[in-house]
Design a protein around this ligand. Structure first.
Ligand code: ASP
Ligand code: MG
Length: 408
């Protein structure tokens, strides 16, 4: 019998009515001849409520106790959903992460899954039961409860699908798939039938927050076909899988963007070995993640050094640079936290030249100045002033014909 893992997010199980509707969907999948394992998140808003409670008492909260608290959200939904299934005549059993034995490392609040014991689940499936597992949680080898980081239920679902060699892992959420770009910005953005893991990773990490990034990495590593679907409307969703020739041979699959960018520039930095390391070491020590970096060689043995960080880290990074100034002999420090990143993503780029120049010309024709550029095999990113975000994304979406299914 085919085995599918279905994951329902917080809004999908946000009320008892919604939970009963989810039970109906599960029973339908079962009646179509599938074995079904279900992973659920906490009811919408619940994890945030628990986080706020903890912070009223201590901030940051004790990491171990925080996990004990946060894991309760999912325990509520597994029991309610199993009751709903049983009430509709479908045998079901719920398990917390610890009961399955989803073994993780001991990094509280962002633990990694090490191993999954599939014994109990297999036995239940053989007896015709639906197995309902709490997302987002596990236990370490001392039986301490751990959680996997916000959005971690996606990862639980993929990990279970990998461990039990499921035929598909279906992520039910409040959007009906992965789009060529955010439909709130481009009204004719199109749902993709299929996208490959690599592209999805770029889309996800660049701010199309449909799936937890780690779950996509996991799915890619274990080659678990992943499908994003709406729990509110019927439809095929988007299949995320390994690159194959059934995919639309598009040059560009989508446009991702990120509004949370800021950049810092050091003017007149001495140009000698070790300078880049000298600037970035204290930034890394302060746990500030650096994204793009640009350094120019200039004629007079000084150089300009620019890098981008998350907007939340902007002030912190700026302070660090000011402390460094005396050591580096920097002429001036400039900063801008009103910038955004726009990226074209597509594996089709690998075999086609000229995409970057089309992109740059399209932006230039709209009078949009490009401040920084970075590229990889399947992605071209530019930094522009935030006031051009919508215009930039819309014109690129049109220029590359993303509203239409286009083949090379
Ligand atoms: N309930 C957790 C959260 O809100 C995990 C999840 O929903 O995936 O982050
Ligand atoms: Mg989620």
């Amino acid at each position: 019998m085919p085995l599918i893992v279905q994951k329902y997010g917080g809004t999908s199980v946000g009320s008892t009515e919604r939970i009963m509707a989810v039970a109906k969907k599960i029973i339908l999948a079962k009646s179509q001849g599938n074995d079904v394992i279900v992973v659920v998140s906490a009811m919408s808003g619940e994890t945030n409520r628990l986080v706020a409670l903890a912070k009223e008492i201590s901030d940051p909260p004790n990491a171990r106790e925080f996990d004990v608290l946060l894991s309760t959200g999912e325990q509520v939904t597994i029991s309610l959903l199993s009751m709903a299934l049983e009430a509709q005549g479908c045998p079901a059993r719920s398990y917390t992460g610890g009961q399955v034995r989803i073994l993780t490392d001991s990094t509280h609040n962002k633990a990694r899954i090490l191993d999954i014991d599939n014994q109990r689940i297999r036995t239940d499936l053989e007896q015709g039961k639906v197995v309902v597992v709490a997302g987002f949680q596990g236990v370490d080898d001392n039986a301490n409860i751990t959680t996997l980081g916000r959005g971690g239920s996606d990862t639980t679902a993929v990990a279970l699908a990998a461990a039990l060699k499921a035929d598909e892992c279906q992520i039910y959420t409040d959007v009906d798939g992965v789009y060529t770009t955010d439909p709130r910005v481009v009204s004719n953005a199109r749902r993709l039938e299929q996208i490959c893991f690599e592209e999805m990773l770029e889309m996800a990490s660049l701010g199309s927050k449909v799936l937890q990034i780690r779950s996509v990495e996991f799915a890619s590593k274990y080659n678990v076909p992943l499908r994003v679907l709406s729990s509110f409307e019927d439809g095929p969703g988007t299949l995320i899988t390994i690159e194959n020739n059934k995919m639309e041979k598009a040059l560009i699959s989508g446009i991702a963007f990120n509004r949370d960018e800021a950049k810092l520039t050091l003017l007149g930095v001495e140009d000698r070995p070790g300078i880049a390391a000298h600037i970035l070491a204290p930034i890394a020590e302060a746990n500030v993640e650096v994204d793009m970096i640009i350094q120019n060689k200039s004629a007079d043995n000084t150089t300009d050094f620019t890098f981008t960080v998350h907007r939340n880290d902007y002030a912190k990074a700026l302070n660090i640079l000011h402390d460094l100034t005396p050591e580096l002999g920097v002429r001036e420090i400039l900063g801008d936290d009103r910038i955004v990143k726009i990226s074209l993503v597509g594996v089709g780029m690998r075999s086609h030249a000229g995409i970057a120049s089309t992109m740059f010309k399209t932006l230039a024709d709209e009078g949009i100045n490009i401040q920084m550029i970075s590229t990889s095999e399947i992605k071209i990113s530019v930094i522009v002033d935030e006031k051009y975000l919508e215009l930039g994304v819309r014109t690129l979406h049109a220029a590359f014909d993303l509203a239409m299914v286009r083949t090379v």
